[in-house]
Design a protein around this ligand. Structure first.
Ligand SMILES: [Zn+2]
Ligand SMILES: [Zn+2]
Length: 371
């Protein structure tokens, strides 16, 4: 266990005869300053740990006496081991010690609304061009009848008797720091500090109602399947005065049976008959931009790849597009009539050594197609 060998009084910035109250307030001040949720300083976490350790020792008369007389060695001799907790639980202890609102966050009654998820399904070609879609979702919104306070208009609201209107209850608990008061949201009033006599007839006193909403969501060109678009502040309403949550729209890009997408490239296949491949032909092939004429020269081989440069998917939030690669498949006849068989046999009798000879550099061409 790493322990600080630095002087604990020095760490807290208090004199050696500091009172318990002085030590406590010095710790409070430092902890508030160094808490990793607040401080951006790279050494904040380490310094925070040291300060906690110093406080741990100096806040208890037993360990403070040992330390005063024998220093760090005295503490080790006395079996004291600082920092018997991990940093995560330390933050919790910190919250328990100071209450929830010490860092100006998580004040009961002011919590931000929850985020919500929505799903939208688009075609691959729509992902290529970008598209605007209406996305429906159900969201909890502030009740318009009671403006979110939950009381029927014209009726009263009283102070919660359980918590006295503070919205919080305090509970004494034991931690490694000793006994501390822990603050929790009051369950009787859900932390609002108020009790409604006549609940609002629209929302039943909850202050929020569920509404069906639609949002026009702009889906950028090049979006990938499973990516999420965040729409700030359109999620569930928060407590009165707090901001609403966000909507996360998950985009499902439907597979297109004509294309396979790989990153920003798309692949497709084209079928040529044996004679088309041998004689050369022009075929119409589907691309992300619509039908396209593709010229295939005489002697096109199965496995050849035609590259349509810059005709793939656009780069999301970038420039340019990937490529479209068309893989050539050559169909060999499976069922021949007697006449066809005779013609092919006759053709074969005319074959010479040149007929099937590969052009120079053919394999290099194939390799470059696959990169
Ligand atoms: Zn209402
Ligand atoms: Zn209460």
């Amino acid at each position: 266990m790493a322990t600080s060998e630095r002087d604990y009084y020095e760490l807290l910035g208090v004199p050696r005869d500091a009172s318990e109250a002085d030590i406590k307030s010095a710790f409070r001040r430092l902890a508030r300053e160094l808490h990793p949720d607040v401080s951006d300083a790279p050494d904040a976490q380490e310094r925070f740990r040291e300060v906690v350790e110093a406080y741990e020792v100096l806040s208890k008369s037993e360990t403070r006496e040992l330390y005063d007389r024998y220093g760090h060695a005295g503490l080790r001799g006395g079996g004291f081991r600082p920092g018997q907790f991990d940093f995560g639980s330390l933050s919790d202890l910190f919250a328990a010690f100071f209450g929830d609102d010490i860092l100006g966050a998580r004040t009961p009654g002011r919590s931000r609304g929850a985020d919500l998820a929505a799903l939208v399904e688009i075609e691959l070609v729509e992902a290529a061009t970008g598209v605007t879609r209406q996305v429906p979702f159900e969201v909890a919104v502030t009740c318009s009848r009671c403006s979110g306070d939950g009381a029927e208009p014209g009726t009263g609201v009283t102070t919660c008797p359980t918590c006295g209107g503070t919205g919080r209850l305090q509970r004494v608990s034991r931690t490694v720091f000793g006994e501390f008061v822990q603050t929790q949201a009051c369950a009787a009033c859900s932390g609002t500090g108020r009790v409604v006599e006549h609940p609002c007839t629209r929302c039943g006193g909850g202050g929020r109602v569920v509404e069906e909403r639609r949002l026009d969501v702009e889906i950028p060109p090049g979006i990938h399947d499973g990516q999420r678009i965040r729409i700030s502040g359109e999620g569930h309403a928060g407590m009165p005065g707090a901001r609403a949550g966000d909507v996360y729209v998950q985009v499902h890009v439907k597979p297109d049976e004509r294309f396979v997408r790989e990153g920003n490239d798309v692949f497709s296949t084209v079928d040529l008959t044996m004679t088309q491949a041998a004689l050369g032909t022009t075929l119409t092939v589907p691309t992300l931009d619509g039908e396209e004429e593709l010229e295939l020269s005489a002697g096109t081989q199965p496995g050849e790849v035609k590259i349509l440069r810059g005709r793939g998917m656009p780069v999301l939030q970038g420039f340019g597009r990937g490529d479209h690669r068309v893989l050539v498949n050559v169909l060999v006849p499976r069922h021949l009539s007697d006449e066809q068989r005779r013609l092919l046999a006759e053709f074969d009798s005319h074959v010479d050594e040149r007929t099937y000879k590969a052009d120079e550099g053919f394999f290099e061409k194939i390799k470059s197609a696959f990169r």
